[in-house]
Design a binder for this molecule. Structure first.
Ligand code: G3P
Length: 217
């Protein structure tokens, strides 16, 4: 499973990247706003840091302008994936940009049928938003399962990028189902290390190290 980091914060990306945990990065207008940085500038910095795909989202809602924005975004670096919303115009932009050989991430996906359309339009990644479905009392994981089944039934190569990940359980469930990629905030990825028995076990070992005055260096 690939790990993308869902942030435009350079320091957080760098910390995880140094550990080999970063296979890519996803940004969106809200994350760019949160960073307080210029989209082109911060996206270039991320692309320089990370080897894998870096998603940068268009701002337009009509296909023609999305395509023009996508063409400008891909000039930033070779590893840009243009992010377009799952609208009819977004699908048109997806088809055009993928036909030109660019990576496209189709975002704001909330149904398996939408994901099917994105695959037909040649999307490199489909981003179903798990957390936002859970927020309205639907089962975000169910859509990941449905998309996995549908893509496998027909051999679609579009990668399932589980997004709007809010908890470590979202990551575990996505891995169980076989999502190709998760994109999660750095804090959620780091939280995967936590286990109370690890803390308890380490405390016991530390007590014995002290009691027996065990030294290595
Ligand atoms: O990758 C999409 C993500 O940024 C949305 O997450 O938590 O705002 O629903 P959230």
């Amino acid at each position: 499973m690939k790990f993308f980091v869902d942030t435009a914060e350079i320091d957080a990306i760098a910390e995880l990247n140094d550990l080999g945990m970063v296979d890519g990065v996803t940004t969106n207008p809200s994350l760019i706003k949160k960073s307080g940085r210029d989209i082109i500038e911060v996206t270039k910095e991320i692309c320089d840091l990370v080897d894998g795909p870096v998603s940068a989202e268009v701002t337009a809602t009509d296909a023609e302008t999305m395509i023009a924005e996508g063409r400008k975004l891909v000039e930033i670096a070779e590893n840009i994936a243009v992010k377009v919303p799952l609208t009819w115009d977004g699908l048109k932009a997806c088809k055009s940009l993928t036909d030109d050989g660019h990576m496209v991430n189709v975002t704001l996906c909330f149904s398996a049928n939408q994901a099917l359309l994105a695959a037909k339009a040649g999307a490199s990644f489909i981003s179903p938003f798990i957390g936002r479905l859970d927020d309205i009392n639907l089962d975000g994981m169910e859509i990941i399962e449905d998309i996995r089944t549908i893509y496998d039934n027909y051999g679609f190569e579009t990668e399932i990028l589980a997004a709007s990940i809010r908890s470590v359980n979202h990551i575990l469930d996505s891995a169980r189902i076989g999502a190709d990629v998760i994109t999660a905030p750095p804090a959620v990825i780091k939280a995967m290390v936590n286990h109370p028995l690890t803390d308890k076990g380490l405390d016991a070992f530390l007590a014995d190290i002290k009691a027996a005055d065990i030294k290595i260096l």
